[in-house]
Ligand binder design. Structure first.
Ligand code: ZN
Ligand code: ZN
Length: 379
C-alpha cells in the first residue's frame, strides 16, 4: 500500500501557506470505530499533497450497501477508519505530478471522481491486467486509519488521493447527484456488462434484442439494467420490492417481477446476479441459456454455499464469472455512459437529498422499503 506522506492519525501540516483561516486548513471526518460503537467526528489539519497526490474537498458522498454491511459487522472491515467510497468532490490542492485519467494535470477547482482501488501497477496481478486485485491494493473507504489512510474515505470533508489513483474529471453536464455513484455502482456495473460482453463476443449486433435477466434492483442492478437496455437488450429484472420494480421499469426493464416468478421461459444468454441472495444465485445458474454467461457481483459478504450441478453447467457450456472491484477503464466507461446514452434516465431521483456529515449515523441505518437506493451527505 502506498502510504500517505502525512502519516497516520489526525494530520499535521497545512495546505498552501499565508493567510488561510483555521476552518480552511482543517478537515472533518466521521470516524467509524467498530461494530456497535458510535461514530466519532474528528477534525484534522489538512495535509499538503505530497508527490503525485491531490487533496480533494468532498461535495457529495453516498452510502453504499457495503458501508452498511461494514458497520453491521456482516462484512469484515478494519476499524477505526473513515468509510465511504461513492463521492464526488473538487480539487483543493494538487502536486504538479497529480494527473487525471486523460493525463491532464489536476488543477484546483476540477470536479473529480476517483477509483475505489489504488493498485501498485507492478505486481504479477497488475501486470496481467488484474489491477483490481493488486497484491498491495488500497481501497478508499476500507482502509484502517492507522496505516496512514487517515483522510481515505468519503465520509469526510476532504480526502487525500494518493499518487497513482485513477482520477476522472466529471463532465460539467453531470450533476453531483448523478456522478456521485460513479466510483462504485456505475463503474462496477460497467465491469459487469464488460464481463458478459467479453464472453458473448461474436454477436454481430452486440446487445440488440438479447434477452437478459438482472436479479436485484439496487443501484448496481438498476445501472446494469439501464446500460443494457440503452444498448438494445431486452432486460427482465427480478426484485422482491415493489417500488424497486417500478424503478427498474423506469431504467429500461421490459419486465420487472418478483424473483419467485422467474421461470424456464426467462432463460437468457446473460444473467446478472446482483442481489447477493444465495437463492437467487441458484436461480441464475438454472436460468442461463446454452452458451450463456452468469455474472455474479452481488455476493460481497460471507453467504451460504450454493449447490452447483456441475454436469449441467458443463453440458450447457455455461460461463460463470465473478466481478469484484474494477479496472480504471470502467470508471471512464461509467462516466461516458452517464453523460451519453444514459443521460435521459432519472439518476438524480435515486439519491435522497443530502444530510450534513454529522448525520452519518442516520444514513447508515437500515433503509425502509420504498426509500431511494442511496442516501447522501454533503460534507
Ligand atoms: Zn460500494
Ligand atoms: Zn499490484
Amino acid at each position: 500500500m502506498r502510504k500517505s506522506q502525512s502519516g497516520p492519525g489526525p494530520v499535521t501540516g497545512s495546505v498552501g501557506s499565508g493567510r488561510v483561516s483555521e476552518s480552511a486548513r482543517s478537515g472533518r471526518a466521521m470516524v467509524w470505530t467498530g461494530v456497535g460503537q458510535p461514530l466519532q467526528l474528528q477534525r484534522w489539519r489538512l495535509p499538503r499533497p505530497g508527490p503525485g497526490e491531490a487533496l480533494v474537498a468532498i461535495d457529495l458522498a453516498a452510502v453504499c450497501g457495503s458501508d452498511r454491511h461494514s458497520v453491521s459487522g456482516r462484512r469484515p472491515a478494519p476499524a477505526p477508519s473513515v468509510l465511504g467510497h461513492e463521492q464526488i468532490g473538487h480539487v483543493v490542492a494538487a502536486d504538479p505530478e497529480a494527473r487525471n485519467l486523460d493525463g491532464r494535470q489536476l488543477q484546483p477547482g476540477d470536479r473529480v471522481v476517483w477509483s475505489i482501488c489504488l493498485a501498485c501497477g507492478d505486481c504479477d496481478r497488475c501486470r496481467r491486467g488484474l489491477s483490481q486485485k493488486c497484491r498491495s491494493l488500497l481501497k478508499y473507504g476500507h482502509e484502517p486509519w492507522r496505516d496512514g489512510a487517515g483522510l481515505g474515505g468519503g465520509f469526510a470533508s476532504h480526502i487525500l488521493l494518493r499518487a497513482g489513483t485513477a482520477v476522472a474529471s466529471v463532465p460539467a453536464a453531470l450533476p453531483d447527484a448523478v456522478a456521485v455513484a460513479a466510483s462504485c455502482a456505475t463503474a462496477t456495473a460497467a465491469a459487469c456488462v464488460e464481463a458478459a460482453r467479453a464472453r458473448l463476443d461474436g454477436r454481430p449486433d452486440g446487445w440488440a434484442a438479447v434477452p437478459v435477466v438482472v436479479c436485484g434492483a439496487g443501484l448496481l442492478g438498476l445501472t446494469v439494467t439501464a446500460m443494457l437496455a440503452d444498448a438494445g437488450a431486452e432486460v427482465s429484472v427480478a426484485e422482491p420490492d415493489l417500488a424497486r420494480r417500478a424503478l427498474a421499469r423506469q431504467f429500461g426493464a421490459v419486465r420487472a417481477l418478483p424473483p419467485a416468478e422467474l421461470g424456464p421461459s426467462d432463460a437468457s444468454e446473460a444473467v446478472f446476479e446482483l442481489s447477493g441472495d444465495a437463492q437467487q444465485v441458484s436461480r441464475c445458474l438454472r436460468l442461463v441459456e446454452v452458451g450463456g454467461v452468469v455474472v455474479l457481483a452481488g455476493t460481497v459478504w460471507p453467504s451460504p454455499a450454493v449447490p452447483v450441478k456441475a454436469e449441467d453447467l458443463v453440458r450447457r457450456l455455461v460461463s460463470l464469472v465473478g466481478v469484484h472491484n474494477y479496472r480504471p477503464e470502467r470508471l471512464t466507461d461509467g462516466l461516458a455512459y452517464l453523460a451519453g446514452p444514459g443521460r435521459s434516465r432519472p439518476w438524480a431521483d435515486l439519491v435522497a437529498p443530502p444530510l450534513p456529515l454529522e448525520r452519518l449515523d442516520r444514513c447508515l441505518a437500515r433503509p425502509a422499503p420504498g426509500d431511494p437506493p442511496r442516501v447522501s451527505l454533503a460534507p
